[in-house]
Design a protein around this ligand. Structure first.
Ligand code: IPM
Ligand code: MN
Length: 398
């Protein structure tokens, strides 16, 4: 099909381990869209990560951060983390990529939808079961992505990515502590909280409410009975909530939330929380949707964004063509929605929902599942199967 639109430039950062394999399936989806629509994607692959660091002495080639910031319309990241790959200062090698981009591009919201598709079993106590019903698990967790407990590592990683002297928190002594002490400051700002919480309420406007009652609800998950940062986060939440009178504000402490999340996921619609709480809660949330192989995410700022599966590089499965590529494919789905909104390109949003339909059909069909969902299909089998369904839908639609 002739291309009549300017191509979008997509930076592809495969990273480490199985990240490299699932990145190929993300690229297959971009290729499929390109073949069957007028959309064009100029895919620029940027080698990076811990293994790349061991092989080359660099986390990624010089200029990569500038390319991601200034040249790319959107970014995709596979996974970062290679056994034994640490920098001389002890930080994760590849951190400049994942954390440097989050901080350096000010990608303040980590969007992690949790939806259970029909036909997906989830593994609890070692067996495939169906504890939660499809339709009853459909929420989005928004994790603050630029401050909190990650603050100093984020700052150091961005400094490295931008060629600046890496930040170190000031030396401090703590009354009552003896011997060597390591500490991580956990600053939470009103500005950082407000923009994240506002995005949460805006997203609630576009959704159908919580599965249990169809009510639009934003849940503020914190530990404001203990930390000052969380008290500021909750005060900011209350202030923002006043601007959205049709959405129900809801509150929970992170410890209690982990119970409610597993016992009654149907009561959640949009959840906003701080950085480390969101990191932990979304791995638990992934269990509700069939495991880490199903969990997609977007790291979103005002000008840039990158999309990545929530799972890590799974070194023990690397090179085996075994892991589930759906988290990766659905990260491209999220990319299409974001890119469409940013460029007023409604066709991209339509393409995003056709990716969703293709994944849903594939899972409902139940044939061709990877090991984590009880099947024997390979990573590329699943990628090919979903891409074939998408090709048909695109042909029928465009
Ligand atoms: C995630 C990961 C990262 C994080 C690691 C790889 C630094 O666990 O994206 O959830 O902690 O944010
Ligand atoms: Mn994590």
């Amino acid at each position: 099909m002739p291309k009549n639109m300017a191509d979008y430039r997509i930076g592809i950062l495969p990273g480490d381990g199985t990240g490299r394999e699932v990145a190929l399936e993300a690229q297959r989806i971009l290729d499929t869209i390109e073949q069957h629509t007028n959309q064009g994607f100029d895919q620029i692959v940027i080698p990076c990560g811990g293994q790349h660091y061991i092989e080359t002495g660099e986390e990624w080639a010089e200029g990569s951060f500038d390319f991601c910031r200034d040249e790319a319309d959107a970014l995709y990241l596979g996974a970062i983390g290679h056994p034994g790959a640490y920098l001389p200062n002890g930080d994760l090698a590849g951190g400049s990529v994942i954390l440097g981009l989050r901080s350096g591009l000010d990608l303040y919201a980590n969007l992690r939808p949790i939806k259970l598709y029909e036909g997906v079993p989830h593994k609890v106590h070692g067996k495939f079961t169906q504890i939660w019903e499809p339709g009853m698990v459909d929420m989005t967790i928004l994790r603050e992505n630029t401050e909190g407990l990650y603050h100093s590592l984020l700052r150091r990683s961005a400094d490295r990515a931008m060629g600046r002297t890496p930040y170190e928190p000031p030396e401090m002594t703590f009354p009552g502590l003896k011997g060597e002490v390591a500490y991580d400051p956990r600053p939470i700002s009103e500005h950082g909280s407000e923009r994240l919480i506002r995005m949460g309420f805006e997203i609630a406007e576009t959704r159908n409410g919580a599965p249990i009652d169809g009510k639009k609800r934003v849940s503020c998950i914190d530990k404001s009975n203990v930390t000052r940062g969380c008290q500021l986060f909750r005060r900011t939440f209350d202030k923002v909530a006043l601007d959205y009178p049709d959405t129900e504000p809801d509150y929970g402490y992170i410890d209690a939330f982990t119970q409610w999340l597993t016992r009654s996921p149907e009561s959640y619609d949009v959840v906003v929380t701080s950085n480390m709480f969101g990191d932990i809660a979304t791995d638990l949330g992934a269990v509700l949707q069939g495991g880490m192989g199903m969990a997609a995410s977007g790291n979103i700022g005002d000008d840039n964004a990158f999309f990545e599966p929530v799972h890590g590089s799974a070194p023990k499965y690397a090179g085996m063509n075994k892991v589930n590529p759906i988290a990766s494919i659905n990260s491209i789905q999220l990319m299409m929605y974001w890119l469409g909104r940013k460029n007023n390109d409604d066709e991209l949003a339509q393409i995003g929902s056709l990716i969703d339909d293709s994944v849903a059909d594939h899972l409902r069909d139940g044939k061709g599942l990877t090991y984590d969902l009880g099947g024997t299909a390979s990573c590329s089998d699943v990628g090919e199967g979903i891409a074939a369904r998408l090709a048909t839908k695109l042909q029928d639609t465009f």
